[in-house]
Write a protein that binds this ligand. Structure first.
Ligand code: PRP
Ligand code: URA
Length: 211
């Protein structure tokens, strides 16, 4: 079940709501946080890939020949380091052949501005379906920086997958990148004075990596 408007899909599903509650809970430890984020990655990936084109292929079963399907394009997963890595394993479980690119972008703790520090991007981006992974869409600064860098090297078919978002982050991405689909588990109330999502889950990277 999903509710969709203007490029934004909120995956409103009972299993998503249950996993979000585990992530939000301050008493959830690193192990519980990791496994819950992994399950959410799978649920969100199903939605993010729903629009992907397939091409027919002939398949021989033990009985007859029939028509099957393969994906029409390569899929590139782009986790924004660090916390985006928390969504990678669940997606690779469902699509082990996906290409993985990396973007290192740190949000400045004082200004909340994105500071890029690493990029390793494959040459196939212009032809591929590209999915950017980050559990948190807060001010939208990191997501917009990632999408800008990917477009600069030719990426055209872009989807942003995020677990928790807020109105400010969604608006920032839609304003700067109206062509990009956003798939999220929930849109929270907003940001606090330190630009953290509320009610939120705290610092996703610290909770996932146990730092
Ligand atoms: C967090 C998060 C996003 C970003 C969201 O990363 O994973 O990348 O902040 O905030 P924004 O929408 O305001 O840009 P952070 O830079 O804290 O780094 P980390 O993943 O290494 O913890
Ligand atoms: N980054 C996080 O990890 N959490 C927030 O609430 C905002 C940015």
């Amino acid at each position: 079940m999903s509710s969709e408007r203007s490029g934004l899909t909120v995956l409103d599903h009972p299993l998503v709501r249950v996993e979000l509650s585990v992530l939000r809970d301050v008493s959830t430890g690193t192990d519980g946080f990791r496994s819950s984020l992994n399950r959410l990655a799978e649920l969100l990936f199903m939605e993010a890939t729903r629009h992907f084109e397939t091409v027919p292929v002939r398949v021989k079963t033990p009985l007859v020949e029939t028509t099957g399907a393969v994906l029409a394009r390569k899929v590139v997963l782009v986790p924004i380091l660090r916390a985006g890595l928390g969504l990678l394993d669940g997606m690779l479980d469902l699509l082990p052949g996906a290409v993985v690119a990396h973007l290192g972008i740190a949000r400045n703790e004082e200004t909340a501005c994105p500071e890029p520090y690493y990029a390793k991007l494959p040459a196939c981006l212009p032809e591929a379906e590209v999915i950017v992974l980050d559990p948190m869409l807060a001010t939208g600064g990191s997501a917009c920086e990632a999408l800008k860098q990917l477009k600069a090297v030719g990426a055209k078919r872009l989807t942003m997958v995020t677990v928790l978002s807020c109105p400010q982050g969604v608006a920032a991405v839609q304003e700067a990148h109206p062509d990009v689909k956003i798939i999220t588990g929930v849109v929270d109330e907003g940001l606090n004075e330190k630009n953290y999502i509320v009610p939120g889950l705290g610092d996703a990277g610290d909770r996932y990596f146990g730092t």
